[in-house]
Design a protein around this ligand. Structure first.
Ligand code: AMP
Ligand code: ZN
Length: 136
């Protein structure tokens, strides 16, 4: 299923140009146009799902298998030193394109990027309360 005004639906359909590094019946994988690092790629399902909450479990699982396979290739071909998988959902979490996608970001020593977060502080009691909220 496609959405008319969706840029990633158009890329998946080949209506907007992209540098495609992999394609099959379900996914198109392209180089990001605003890369965090060399080789920053996006795994895009060809069908339109807005985010993690909409994508079917089976498709999400297939995206992760593809990420594992292509990440190894990026590491090897680009001589990367590490790799981040990033997947943003909703504006608050940094999602700018509302069509599910999984970022593969190769990392290089001294690439000066910062995809990590500043650790907060929490007590065991606070953790226990949060656990109750999630599991209760
Ligand atoms: P997110 O912030 O997780 O929604 O990521 C959206 C990503 O899509 C950003 O990294 C953009 O650089 C990338 N992007 C947006 N438009 C294009 C495009 N036409 N071709 C390739 N990447 C794109
Ligand atoms: Zn779409």
């Amino acid at each position: 299923m496609k959405k008319d005004d969706c840029i990633f639906c158009k890329i998946a359909a080949g209506e907007i140009p992209s540098q495609c590094i992999y394609e099959d019946g379900l996914f198109k994988v392209i180089l990001d146009l605003g890369p965090a690092t060399k080789g920053h790629s996006l795994i895009i399902p060809k069908d339109h799902y807005e985010d993690l909450f909409e994508i079917p479990e089976e498709t999400a699982a297939q995206a992760m298998v593809l990420a594992k396979r292509l990440s190894a290739r990026l590491m090897e071909k680009l001589h990367a030193d590490g790799l981040n998988l990033v997947q943003n959902n909703k504006e608050t979490a940094g999602q700018t394109v509302k069509h599910f996608h999984l970022h593969m970001i190769p990392r290089y020593k001294d690439d000066m990027q910062n995809i990590l977060w500043k650790p907060g502080e929490v007590t065991q009691d606070e953790l226990a309360l949060i656990k109750e909220t999630i599991t209760g």
